[in-house]
Design a protein around this ligand. Sequence first.
Ligand code: UTP
Length: 482
Amino acid sequence: MNITDRITAARATLEKAGQGHVFKHIDSLDDSGRRILLEQVESIDWPEVARLVKSHVLNKPVFELPGDVKPAPWYPYTPPANLKNKYAQAGQLGEQLVREGKVAAFTVAGGQGTRLGWDAPKGTFPATPVRGQTLFGCMAEYLLKTREKFGVNLPWYVMTSPVNHVPTLEFFESQNYFGLGNETVKLFPQAMMPAIDMKTGKALLESPSSLALSPNGHGGSLKALWTSGAIADMKKRGIEQISYTQVDNPIVRVIDPLFIGLHALDRAQMSSKMLPKREPLEKLGNFCLVDGKMTVIEYSDLPDELAHERLPDGSLRFLAGSIALHVIRVDFVERLNTSSDGFALPFHRAEKKVACLDPATGQPIKPDKPNAVKLETFVFDALPFCDASIVYETSRSEEFAPIKNADAPGNTGVLDCPATSKQLQVNRAAKWLEANGVKVPRKPDGTVDAVIEIPHTTATEPGDLATVKLPGSIDPGVKIVI
Ligand code: UTP
């Protein structure tokens, strides 16, 4: 089809969806501008946008708590006596799957990182306390250590977005793929959705030749893994399990044999790690069984009285919080994408400030309060599609030091920011050193009186330090890399 016919067809689709204004300026654009806008428009499912405008923009979807909601069971971090054998078996199975090269690492890094405000892909943010190693670097070093420990080169798939794909690729090239080899790291972009004017339900334009687009949420990974050819590539390499992580946690266990083994032993399709919530309303999704199916209910959707319910021993009844770590079977992603009745994750509404052309004046604006609805899908909404799914508890101090927000001046009160993450990294390093007999200086209140960093190439768990030449003690106030 020539460009004129394509524009005619796209115009008809837009008009049918109530979005004809998107092509208002197309005739005055130069050839390149016309092509950019046309390609954007052609990449979007406009009938779906029209449905979502009604259900999620002009109306707010109302969450209805299903009748049968129970807390999901989970495997505890430390196995109780009756599960010791199972954990030992799971650990062995997980290690075997890793050694046999049946596991791939997968990081979702297509988000915009608006809260952090870093003017580059979030994975390029310097995260560690002494070297300033980047988030991608921390994960790459984890995989280098995995390679050394298990004698296997596991592939690493990284989902980007059309916005950050090229800078991410350039970054990996500039770092020489951290020594992993460019055939090991596979980058592919996710799909985008238009931001919609909150008041009118019209798609916003960023410029006359571009929609205001944003990535379609981490749930988009389940489609992008398929459409990018990543699943086909995994099958060719004999990969069976995908270890799914987010880009924003420098101490995440990129590959965790015990978790993979528990999931595989129970023949689960998609499994999750949980943290016990610190308080009833902590902003983590809640692992529940809804009509017997594993489901995450968002913190904002779980009624307060359920969130506050306690068991006779005083612990929260809905204790298991989601931190977006999963193991997913390759054939589960394939099944979702090839099922005859189609597969669609539900969309969620997020109210955001989106820079755009003012729909009234056509002038560029940077709003200071939310003006748009972004439509995103979440990966955990695939859990109810599983026949079997397990939840495994992890440890906050060992595995959770997220970087979501920017540091505040004076570092007061902001959580999940670079400063809090660095402190958590230091605390973990100190604990690992002490477990290996090193004297670590501590202040009277017990906090570590030094800045200590243990790169993942040195250790991904305390036991790895047994073969490392360690100092007998660390001097107070020093900065040190082990
Ligand atoms: P967040 O929900 O924290 O969003 O993403 P974000 O985009 O990084 O940051 P804000 O909300 O704009 O401040 C959690 C993980 O999911 C990925 C992110 O890259 C991060 O690893 N993600 C999020 C995607 O890959 N695609 C998306 O569309 C959204």
